[in-house]
Write a protein that binds this ligand. Structure first.
Ligand SMILES: [Zn+2]
Ligand SMILES: [Zn+2]
Length: 359
């Protein structure tokens, strides 16, 4: 029976990269052979965990596995006979894994080195009309910024500088992670190893401040709800020289009162009178432009759909546009007064055929 890599990690098939990473780190910590010496089942389970992680954290391998159930990657093609060989390469791999898990290279949570700043996520509403043309929108958000007064050092100018009491001046502290002792950046001094006698008055000793940023976003024509606009380097600052994160803005397009969008096509309806449908007429229809009209032929039926080519949503680049589909709704008058009733009777005589046997 084929093993389910998602089950191995205990995640759902829709799990994101982070969730997979987290599940892997957690499992790898308890099933690591060094934590369970002499337990062959733990070793086997650890190999499964590694394999599941290797495949599912690689977009190409994951897609292949989702589609065909194929397990691609390093060990591919060696078949069952590869067991021994992969075991020896695993033991080398284990060292790397230990380094990854406990020193954070794999988790993106580098504990002693530099790390990239976090992304800032925002949702921005735009109107239906704005989504069809190139437009500019302002995004306001808050991010951390190094305190200018102390330049991130946390203490006031002229204060007496001494080694940080949290880390004895090394900038690093040791923490216990299961059976391992790992080094982490000291949070008292942010790794500088220094402490001052008086905290910086500008940031109350935090080293950073929240600042409000304003960024002008370029929203491309044809954007839809869920479209993401990324301003790279506009996110949180990185740690210890790491680069800044990004600002990731997810667009939400407000609904239109009369039109619905599907892909690059628009769908709407128009109400017409019985006489207009029967005799044919030119009627204005809801569209992106103010004046779009539809020429209905005589004998147009209720529910009939007309296509107006090129009246839909502009496609990126602006050269092509989708189509507008208009469904006809015929308004039937109530015909309460005697004159109207007799006229409908007349019509009935003129068109005696049974509408239900019409082809
Ligand atoms: Zn400061
Ligand atoms: Zn310290």
């Amino acid at each position: 029976m084929k093993k389910d890599l998602y089950k191995v990690l205990g995640v759902s098939r829709s799990a994101g990269k982070r969730e997979i990473q987290r599940a892997y780190m957690k499992l790898a910590r308890c099933h690591h052979p060094d934590v369970n010496p002499g337990d062959p089942r733990a070793a086997a389970r650890f190999r499964d965990i590694q394999e599941a992680h290797r495949v599912l954290s690689h977009p190409k391998y994951r897609a292949l596995y989702d589609r065909k159930g194929e397990i691609a990657g390093e060990d591919q093609g060696e078949g069952r006979g590869a067991e021994k060989q992969s075991r020896s390469s695993d033991s080398r791999g284990w060292e790397n894994i230990v380094r990854d898990i406990f020193h954070g290279d794999a988790g993106g949570e580098a504990e002693t080195g530099s790390s990239r700043g976090e992304d800032i996520h925002q949702v921005l509403e735009i109107t239906f009309e704005e989504s069809f043309r190139d437009c500019r929108k302002e995004a306001f958000y808050q991010r951390e910024s190094s305190c200018k007064m102390c330049r991130g050092r946390r203490f006031a100018a002229g204060s007496e500088v001494r080694p940080c009491p949290g880390c004895s001046g090394s900038g690093l502290v040791q923490v216990q992670r299961g059976p391992y002792t790992v080094k982490k950046i000291c949070h008292h001094c942010a790794g500088s190893g220094e402490a001052g006698s008086r905290p910086c008055p500008g940031c109350a000793g935090k080293g950073s401040l929240l600042v409000t940023e304003r960024k002008t976003l370029r929203i491309p024509a044809g954007s839809d709800s869920g479209t993401r606009v990324v301003v790279s380097g506009a996110g949180q600052p990185g740690k210890r020289g790491g680069r800044r994160g990004d600002l990731v803005v997810t667009l939400r397009v407000q609904p239109h009162p009369y039109l619905e969008r599907r892909g690059y096509n628009l769908y709407g309806s128009v109400v017409v009178a019985v006489a207009e449908a029967a005799l044919g007429a030119t009627v204005p229809v809801p569209a992106l432009e103010k004046k779009v009209s539809l020429r209905m032929p005589a004998g147009t039926q209720g529910g009939q759909e007309f296509r107006l080519p090129g009246k839909g949503v502009p496609q990126p680049g602006g050269a092509k546009r989708g189509d507008l589909y208009v469904t006809i709704k015929v308004l039937i008058p109530e015909a309460r007064d005697p004159k109207a009733r007799s006229l409908f009777r007349e019509l009935e005589k003129l068109f005696p055929e049974n509408p239900r046997i019409r082809t």
